[in-house]
Ligand binder design. Structure first.
Ligand code: SF4
Length: 116
């Protein structure tokens, strides 16, 4: 007789570990945060950033770019930084990838991974 007091019942396999990953993911914030780092000293004023991503970039009177909402680094005043969310990443990435002297870099805040 199968199933009586659990005898003869097929041993169940442990659940797939995916549930644990979902649990871990739910402990994180919904979106990753990224740090945009702009080196104003090497900016040549090409204007690509402001042309492709006017939401985050504009050109100043001295023909250098301005990273909107950024703060100047107190240790290195040519560096300006700000945080962006995952939803802003693609726009800022376009600006960074189009910048001729590579004055714009993006890092993941939690891991430090360099995106651009
Ligand atoms: S694309 Fe690069 S070099 Fe051109 S204005 Fe923007 S930051 Fe400066």
């Amino acid at each position: 007789m199968r199933g009586l007091f659990g005898l003869g019942k097929k041993k169940e396999e442990p659940e797939v570990k995916e549930d644990q990953n979902i649990h871990n993911d739910s402990q994180r914030t919904d979106e990753n945060i990224y740090i945009v780092q702009y080196d104003r000293k090497i900016c040549i004023g090409a204007g690509v950033c402001a042309a492709v991503d006017a939401k985050h970039w504009e050109m100043a009177k001295d023909a250098k770019a301005v990273l909107k909402g950024s703060k100047q680094d107190s240790d290195n005043p040519v560096i300006w930084t700000r945080e962006i969310s995952e939803s802003e990443l693609e726009e800022v990435k376009r600006a960074a990838e189009g910048c001729p002297p590579s004055a714009i870099h993006i890092f993941r805040k939690d891991t430090g991974e360099k995106i651009v």
